[in-house]
Design a protein around this ligand. Structure first.
Ligand code: ATP
Ligand code: MG
Length: 330
């Protein structure tokens, strides 16, 4: 059995990048009985930057609704809210004490994210250590992450090694699982990835967007001065991004997309893409509406996730605490 751990921050409605880069991969993983898939709505990570309690509350529920609406099956996956499993914080503390300041200070994402904050929290600095705890608490073998997370996964590997050699062998080395789809880019700036936390809502298409919003955002998406359609990632990154999105939505090869688009212009491409995205999201919208009207079911899914995750986490934590010296050795 291969344990796969993945997390998603409840920082807003999922966008098409999350959908194709993460959720779709999870859906294929959940259908292989050789995988033990664990997906966490990582709300403790969502407060490493300024947050509003009411917004967080809504975002957590919304994340569950969207994951279920996209087809994540709680019967096949341990789907849970991070803060409902106190072992994450406990293990994070021990890992903090095993990580040197210099090692954590070297991580590039902190520099990027802290540069745009007025006041930087200690939590933002140590969040990669919490991420290591998330992964190792379930003794995960595989972690699907993008390039932006590679250094964080290396930290988790280092912490596993340090714990194993200091306290006793417990953790397997977590490896990266690649998704074959490149990151979707912002519709406003093809040099940036599409992100939930982008302050410009026109930069991303979210699962909650209406058909009108989808048409509008694609129509206004930045491109270049040429009108014909060619795929050139270096010279025409915005068009390449739209073509990659079209390819993902239709679930066909790039060749097939280029064949279809060889005789049309950008305006027509955007229009066709919009209709394809609207079609893709139609059933998801229906499912989200159903789930919103069935809060009882949602609460049941969340409670079951907590139960199952806690059972696994408390087992690991017992072992950690005896190996680390907090309790009699086993
Ligand atoms: P935030 O801006 O709050 O960090 P995010 O859009 O980066 O939000 P995350 O919750 O950090 O989303 O990531 C959830 C998952 O989605 C991760 O597996 C991540 O690799 C994937 N992902 C995020 N953005 C993209 C993208 N633009 N294209 C493909 N996959 C993405
Ligand atoms: Mg992110």
């Amino acid at each position: 059995l291969t344990t796969v751990f993945s997390g998603i921050q409840p920082t807003g409605s999922l966008h098409l990048g999350n959908y194709f880069g993460a959720v779709n991969l999870w859906k294929s993983l959940q259908n292989d009985p050789a995988n033990h898939l664990i997906i966490s709505v990582v709300d403790m990570h969502a407060i490493t930057v300024p947050w509003k309690p009411e917004q967080l509350r809504q975002n957590i529920v919304q994340s569950f609704i969207e994951l279920l609406a996209c087809g994540i099956d709680p019967a096949k996956v341990v789907l849970f809210q991070q803060s409902s499993v106190p072992e994450h914080g406990k293990l994070q503390w021990i890992f903090s004490c095993l990580s040197s300041m210099a090692r954590v200070d070297n991580l590039p994402q902190f520099k990027e994210k802290s540069a745009v904050q007025k006041e930087v929290s200690c939590g933002l600095f140590t969040y990669p250590v919490l991420q290591a705890a998330d992964i190792l608490l379930y003794k995960a073998h595989l972690v699907p992450v993008g390039e932006d997370q590679v250094q964080h996964l290396q930290l988790a590997q280092d912490i596993a090694r340090i714990f194993n050699s200091k306290c006793g062998k417990l953790f397997p080395t977590p490896h990266r699982l690649h998704s074959d789809l490149p990151r979707l880019k912002s519709l406003r700036d093809p040099t940036k990835k599409m992100s939930k936390s982008d302050t410009d809502s026109r930069s991303l298409i979210q699962l909650t967007d209406s058909p009108g919003q989808i048409r509008e955002k694609l129509k206004k998406s930045v491109t270049d001065f040429k009108s014909e359609i060619t795929y050139d990632l270096a010279e025409r990154p915005a068009i390449a991004n739209l073509l990659m999105l079209y390819r993902a939505v239709l679930d066909v090869s790039l060749e097939k997309v280029l064949e279809e688009t060889s005789k049309i212009n950008k305006v027509e491409l955007k229009a066709r893409l919009a209709e394809a995205v609207i079609e893709l999201l139609r059933p998801v919208h229906g499912k989200m509406k159903e789930l919103r009207n069935d809060m009882g079911y949602l609460e049941q899914v969340m409670a079951q996730g907590t139960d199952r995750a806690r059972t696994l986490a408390s087992q690991t934590m017992d072992e950690v605490e005896s190996l680390a010296g907090f309790r009699p050795a086993k």
